[in-house]
Ligand binder design. Structure first.
Ligand code: FES
Ligand SMILES: [Fe+2]
Length: 350
């Protein structure tokens, strides 16, 4: 049994903040992440940064002010902050009035940009400047300069865990994703090996048997491997002799009941541009089905706080809850993370 409304977010871990394409040079974007208002900006020279979106003077959001491509100026009294959060100017000060501006710095967040995505490290404590313990997640098989061919973000009106569990659940497809272009309602047996992998688990690489109807497009029967890691990063590699298609799905909590799901595709298919115009429509339809059922679930969760997860088909969901709990505990106790996942074969009908 799992307590459905036990709301907490992991700290000291990288979250997907946004796709690089959503932050242009000279632009700032304000976004709530883990209930914290954060201002993202990209300098004119192209470097992305993130600082707390609240002016330390009298709490006006800095996003209400101006960004000249180098520093951010508050709209109320014009205090200026650089991309590292340092207060660099207080316009009301006379030349002979000394003030240590460093007392008014705003919190800055570590960010890192790879493969067309901006990641943010949500440290536990702003004063504790512990460098991130590990690097940002990467899409396997593509180098750091690779860009997603398609990137699509959808907001789910639910708590993080329900979006994550909904996306990793292997048994919902025949009911939620019925469509002529993907699959019908017939159930087939699935038997797969799972192994622990860093901060998560991997569905072991195998040759796909029950292919969805779209796979002929990528040149034959592919191999498939799905990897999940905390806080909510899923990659699915689909590889044929000729081509490689990798889906990156990330889930990021904005608040207790708003969550962003970003679905991206990376591929090396030379004629892939032909598919590009239709993919956003397909992704929208597909993710929309996941979101719609989660919206229905929200109705039930107002009256029920316990989830009764079963073996095998809900085992990935159970692992998710265990992994999250263990990560939080290992942080609290300041010790190494010990994976609760053991190599196991899972069987289900889907
Ligand atoms: S509130 Fe920002 S400068 Fe005064
Ligand atoms: Fe789904």
């Amino acid at each position: 049994m799992v307590a459905a409304n036990d709301i907490y977010f992991l700290r000291n871990i990288w979250y997907h903040a946004m796709a690089s394409q959503d932050l242009k040079p000279g632009q700032m974007v304000s976004k709530l992440l883990l209930n914290e208002p954060i201002l993202f900006g990209r300098t004119r020279s192209g470097k992305a940064f993130a600082i707390r979106d609240i002016c330390p003077h009298r709490a006006v959001p800095l996003s209400c002010g101006w960004f000249n491509g180098e520093d951010v100026q508050c709209c109320y009294h014009g205090w200026r902050f650089d991309p590292a959060g340092k207060c660099v100017e207080i316009p009301s000060l006379m030349d002979d009035q000394e003030m240590e501006l460093g007392r008014f710095d705003v919190r800055a967040y570590d960010t890192k940009e790879v493969q067309g995505n901006i990641w943010i490290y949500m440290a536990e404590d702003e004063r504790q400047s512990v460098p991130p313990r590990f690097d940002v997640p990467r899409v396997p098989g593509f180098d750091d300069d690779a860009q997603p061919v398609v990137s699509y973000t959808m907001r789910f009106p639910c708590y993080l865990d329900h979006a994550v569990v909904g996306l990793m659940d292997p048994a919902h497809s025949p009911f939620v994703h019925r469509s002529w272009w993907w699959r019908g309602a017939k159930l087939n047996p699935e038997i797969k090996w799972f192994d622990p992998s860093p901060y998560g688990f991997t569905m072991r690489r195998h040759t796909m048997a029950n292919m969805g109807r779209g796979y002929w497009l990528i040149g034959g029967v592919p191999d498939n491997e799905i990897r999940f890691s905390l806080p909510a990063v899923r990659t699915e590699e689909t590889v044929t002799k000729k081509y490689r298609v990798t889906n990156l799905t990330t889930v990021t909590p904005l608040s207790d009941d708003q969550t962003d799901v970003t679905f991206q595709l990376f591929w090396n298919i030379p004629w892939g541009f032909l598919l590009k115009p239709i993919t956003p429509t397909l992704i929208n339809a597909f993710l929309g089905q996941d979101r719609d059922v989660v919206i229905k679930q929200q109705e039930g969760l107002k009256h029920e706080s316990v989830l009764r997860l079963i073996k095998d088909s809900d085992t990935p969901a159970r692992w998710y809850y265990q992994l999250k709990k263990e990560y939080a505990r290992s942080q609290q106790e300041n010790r190494e993370f010990v994976s609760p996942v053991k190599t196991q074969q899972l069987k289900w009908m889907a």
